[in-house]
Design a protein around this ligand. Sequence first.
Ligand SMILES: NC(=O)c1ccc[n+]([C@@H]2O[C@H](COP(=O)([O-])OP(=O)(O)OC[C@H]3O[C@@H](n4cnc5c(N)ncnc54)[C@H](O)[C@@H]3O)[C@@H](O)[C@H]2O)c1
Length: 351
Amino acid sequence: MPSFKVVLTEHGYASTDCEREIVERAGGEFICAEQLPPPETLRLCETADGILCRRQEITRELIARFRRCKVIVRYGVGTDNVDTAAATEAGIIVGHVPVYCVDEVTTHTFALLLACVRQVVTVQKKMETGAWDVHRGEPLYRLEGKTIGLVGLGNIGQGMARKLRGWGLRVLASDPFVDSQKANALDVELVGFRALCEQSDFISLHVPLLPETRHLINAESLGWMKRGVVIVNTARGPLIDLKTLLKALDAGQVAWAGLDVFEEEPLPPDSPWRSHPRVVISDHTAWYSEESQRQLQRIAAQEAVRVCTGGLPESLANPEVLKKLGRWQEWKPSENVRWQLRRLEQFRKDA
Ligand SMILES: NC(=O)c1ccc[n+]([C@@H]2O[C@H](COP(=O)([O-])OP(=O)(O)OC[C@H]3O[C@@H](n4cnc5c(N)ncnc54)[C@H](O)[C@@H]3O)[C@@H](O)[C@H]2O)c1
């Protein structure tokens, strides 16, 4: 008789043999509910000890029905599709996988940025029509000597800073939970968000979606930016007020945007972002490589098993739940989650 049950709600991967093997080896039962009708999945989740999810919205209403659940692990870094406040109130740990795709996301960010700066897609489209012309339209500008602003200096922001070494760019970052010592070690100047907007030629977003970061890029912050700025977002769509960005692109205030993430996903077929001449897009795939996907599936299953067998996860998105569970002292936070603790302390101070 298995000692615990882990339900996977949906995934979209070719195989979940990896998760099954990890759960079963630890003495648990693994159920993949992807092909089941939603009411049946919910019924299974009501009696699950651990739940694995990818894109599904895990709302307060659903959480209220998870009677045995100890842990919800989201496949990925961001946990904005899980109501973490409701999970905390219910004493449920929200796990996630914070460092499985730093190489992929930073490489993808460079791909979008460089495609914008060198107008790769525009040139390709013109060449497909038979054209061959150096002075083919809008001028291109040199990268060296310009300033790039990283909003968020966590795992991916730091990965960006490391890869930016040698590019000849001045690198700024804004992150209220990072100290200047860490920034200095990465050759990054730590500045406030407004100063970053005012001074950067290129702005790249690497913050989580939180109430205070929703629409961080809005009419006000766009107004602080240099005319002709390039904005890249591989973090979360709702960090940008996309309607306002569209107007800023059409008015030339923003020269180019490179977007992997959108406020509405999947992007509707008739979305203006699909055909804008000064936008380079991808379909929320910055995280993906065969290697990162395998790592993601393995770590998510291991985290669920850790909690279901009485341990604590290596990373969690709601560290405050451990106080509620009386397990605060047991937990040794990794560098990955320390900023979340600083954010919580800040909120308590401000409250
Ligand atoms: N497109 C993709 O496929 C993909 C893949 C992985 C991660 N992501 C997204 O990338 C983003 C960054 O991921 P990460 O792994 O670096 O996360 P992380 O938790 O390691 O770092 C986030 C950083 O943001 C900082 N931060 C928090 N609030 C801030 C604010 N108001 N202003 C400035 N900085 C703030 C934190 O201090 C932290 O250093 C997340 O939104 C994540 O969901 C996207």
